[in-house]
Design a protein around this ligand. Structure first.
Ligand SMILES: *[C@@H]1O[C@H](CO)[C@@H](O)[C@H](O)[C@H]1NC(C)=O
Ligand SMILES: *[C@@H]1O[C@H](CO)[C@@H](O)[C@H](O)[C@H]1NC(C)=O
Ligand SMILES: *[C@@H]1O[C@H](CO)[C@@H](O)[C@H](O)[C@H]1NC(C)=O
Length: 533
């Protein structure tokens, strides 16, 4: 054993029994990763061998630490994308890779990106994938860097493209053999990147898993700006507290929970629920404290948020929030005091380059100004997927039906736009594009029901799930089976999980346009009580 190899094994004392198992050649190859590695505009920042079980501190990330789920070589790359921008990419290359199908998976980002999804790199490298992640071109979940258009361009699409190419090159270089299949998984911004890849770079991935995609991004920001104005500041007459949103949810359930035939607090088909917030209006002399009702101003706020967003001259901009979207996820509150995440920062750092821009100034002319600009293709809404169809590659999309941040309606609309552009029925789309609505699932994760499907941005929200739920049933492995065995998914299995990852229920969510339908008898937490119709 070479001494240099030994010292570089992070966190490992040679005196531990595990040291006896260190694969010396693998460790040496890891340390010497940079030797002979070539990829355009790419510099190797570090390469370290990491033992399974190591708690890895993450000083540059949005998380504190992550536990390694495999023995792997951790490679950190810097890719220069212009004279003023760069993308940091990591490749976690597990020892047990050749026997696990020689696969690569790119783990997509969320929100403003800037945080490599380390929990997912751990999860997917533990499943034997060469796991790649990147920072979308800036550090942290912030948008300030977007005043530089090169950084904005990276976030929109360039980061995922260059990280894909570097990740593939790193994998092939390290294992000295060609990887067999590549996959992309991502939720929210990552879901949007997934659609972008399917639309513009359909040959890069054999399989793409796009969850709750933030397609129509500029339109989302317009809707958030208008929602922020509708909700108003905390304490203003239009504002609803968390308890009041929970009451809206309860009223929604009182009106609509039984439409799907079972009272379980879950709407299988929110579109069937024509919830009328007027039922919550206080009668004369009534108050929230005494009667649990809302003022006319608050009822109007609810109506505004649940209605489609339209601009000048009735221009359709974006769907409204769906009934049953979980206020418990807290996101609905962001339209008040937390409006900063999306709309405010988009307007400040991308649209106006003015850090003091206030959302109160937003109006429908600003909306037109936004919609008349390309934003480097941030809409990610191209409905022509003939490139993907011709490539033979697969796009699996799913969306939580209780998603308050990105209404699932947007994904139905995207699906319909593809069908319409390509003049294909759903069975015509089936060979390359399948969409699964997931009832009760919030934005990427959380919710009351069987929302853990083993997809992107999930493991970090369900402690223990990566251990307790069979990986073979995950959305990720459903995609792998579709690509590698031509076993196309008809359902996605969702798990309702307890605090330790224990299974409290299961449901097989059906492929759109079929509906997940209660058989009329049996425990709703049992997947046998449901069928696709
Ligand atoms: C930036 O926004 C502030 C606040 O709305 C406004 O007063 C100011 O005029 C803007 N600056 C520029 C350069 O447009
Ligand atoms: C994508 O969105 C833009 C902006 O709303 C719109 O102009 C364009 O028509 C949309 N494209 C498709 C294919 O729907
Ligand atoms: C489909 O999309 C392509 C590319 O955006 C566009 O050129 C074409 O006109 C669309 N076709 C239909 C029928 O909408």
């Amino acid at each position: 054993m070479r001494v240099s190899a030994v010292v570089a094994v992070s966190g490992l004392s040679l005196l531990t029994p595990a040291a006896a198992l260190v694969p010396v050649k693998f460790v040496n190859d890891c340390i010497n990763f940079a030797t002979g590695f070539e990829n355009e505009n790419t510099e190797v920042l570090s390469s370290t061998y990491v033992l399974k079980g190591t708690v890895i501190p993450l000083p540059d990330s949005c998380a504190l630490s992550v536990t390694a789920r495999a023995n792997f070589c951790r490679v950190k790359l810097k890719i220069t994308t212009s004279s003023s921008s760069q993308v940091i990419t990591e490749a976690w290359l597990p020892t047990d890779w050749k026997g696990k199908g020689k696969r690569l998976v790119m783990n997509g980002n969320s929100g403003w990106g800037g945080c490599i999804q380390f929990e997912e790199l751990a999860w997917t490298s533990g499943l034997g994938f060469a796991a790649i992640g990147h920072d979308t071109g800036h550090v942290g979940a912030v948008a300030t860097g977007f005043t530089n258009p090169e950084v904005w361009k990276d976030w929109v699409y360039r980061s995922v493209l260059v990280a894909t190419q570097a990740g593939k090159a790193a994998t092939n270089h390290f294992y000295k053999t060609s990887l067999k299949k590549s996959y992309f998984i991502g939720c929210s911004t990552g879901g949007r990147h997934g659609l972008k890849l399917a639309q513009d770079y359909p040959d890069e991935y054999d399989g793409i898993l796009a969850a709750a995609p933030a397609a129509y991004w500029p339109n989302i920001e317009i809707s958030e700006a208008l929602y922020a104005q509708a909700v108003g500041a905390e304490g203003s007459p239009t504002y609803l507290t968390r308890a009041q949103w929970d009451a809206v949810d309860a009223a929604t359930m009182a009106q609509c929970d039984n439409i799907d035939g079972v009272l379980d607090g879950i709407l299988e088909n929110p579109a069937d629920c024509a919830f009328d917030p007027e039922v919550m209006l206080c009668g004369s002399g009534q108050t929230w404290l005494l009667n649990g009702c809302l003022t006319a101003a608050q009822v109007q706020t609810v109506k505004t948020l649940y209605s489609p967003v339209t601009g000048n001259n009735g221009r359709y901009i974006y769907p409204g929030i769906v009934p049953g979207a979980m206020p418990s996820q807290g996101m609905i509150l962001k339209y008040g005091p937390y409006a900063g995440f999306g709309a405010r920062d988009f307007l400040r750092y991308v649209v106006f380059n003015n850090a003091s821009y206030d959302l109160a100034q937003f109006n429908l002319d600003t909306a037109d100004l936004i919609l008349d600009n390309e934003w480097f293709g941030a809409y990610s809404n191209k409905s022509d997927l003939s490139g993907l169809q011709a490539s033979g590659n697969k796009l699996l999309m799913y969306h939580g039906l209780a998603d308050v941040a990105i209404p699932p309606t947007a994904s139905y609309e995207y699906y319909d736009s593809v069908a319409s552009n390509m003049s294909l029925t759903s069975s015509g789309l089936d060979p390359f594009f399948r969409f699964f609505p997931i009832s009760s699932l919030g934005h990427c994760a959380q919710g009351k029901g069987a929302g853990y499907v083993g997809g992107p941005s999930q493991v970090q929200f369900y402690p223990g799930a990566a251990n307790s739920v069979p990986a073979g049933n995950s959305a990720l492995m459903s995609l792998v089976k579709w690509v590698e065995k031509n076993q196309a998914p008809k359902t996605l299995r969702g798990y309702k999980l307890g605090p330790l990852g224990e299974t409290l229920g299961q449901k097989d969510h059906c492929k759109h346009p079929l509906k997940t339908t209660y058989k009329g008898h049996g425990n709703p937490n049992n997947r046998g009580s449901w069928k696709c119709t």
